[in-house]
Design a protein around this ligand. Structure first.
Ligand code: AMP
Length: 114
């Protein structure tokens, strides 16, 4: 599938629509999911236009991949999830029930868990 700039995460990254952005870096933007499925539910997206995890890990530069992965670690610390733990999920395609075709990782956690 070809990347389509009409997707909602492209618009969030480019500040064309508002969102609850928590952290940003050179290679990532992190914001709260509008329909949270856990007490803490954050989405982390790369700035570059990649459809899904495979597209990103195949075509992004080493700097983008490292910056994105380190960004996820920053968000985990920022949200206070390192102690209690968290889940990372990246849905892809029909089986993965992907809704937004800009690669993203869901961080799910609960800060009340010790
Ligand atoms: P998926 O593509 O299945 O991994 O899911 C996309 C996620 O994006 C869903 O959990 C939605 O609740 C979330 N979402 C959709 N639109 C927005 C938005 N404008 N701001 C924040 N989260 C969104």
């Amino acid at each position: 599938m070809k990347y389509d700039k009409g997707n909602v995460f492209y618009k969030i990254i480019n500040k064309e629509i508002s969102s609850d952005i928590l952290l940003e870096g050179e290679h990532f933007v992190a914001f709260r999911d509008v329909r949270p499925k856990a007490p803490v539910h954050i989405l982390v997206v790369p700035r570059g236009g990649y459809v899904d995890w495979r597209d990103f890990s195949t075509h992004a530069s080493a700097e983008e991949i490292a910056g994105f992965c380190r960004g996820i670690a920053e968000v985990i610390d920022f949200a206070g999830l390192n102690k209690g733990g968290y889940r990372l999920i990246s849905n892809s395609g029909e089986f993965g029930q992907q809704e937004v075709f800009h690669m993203h990782v869901h961080i799910l956690g609960d800060v009340t868990v010790k």
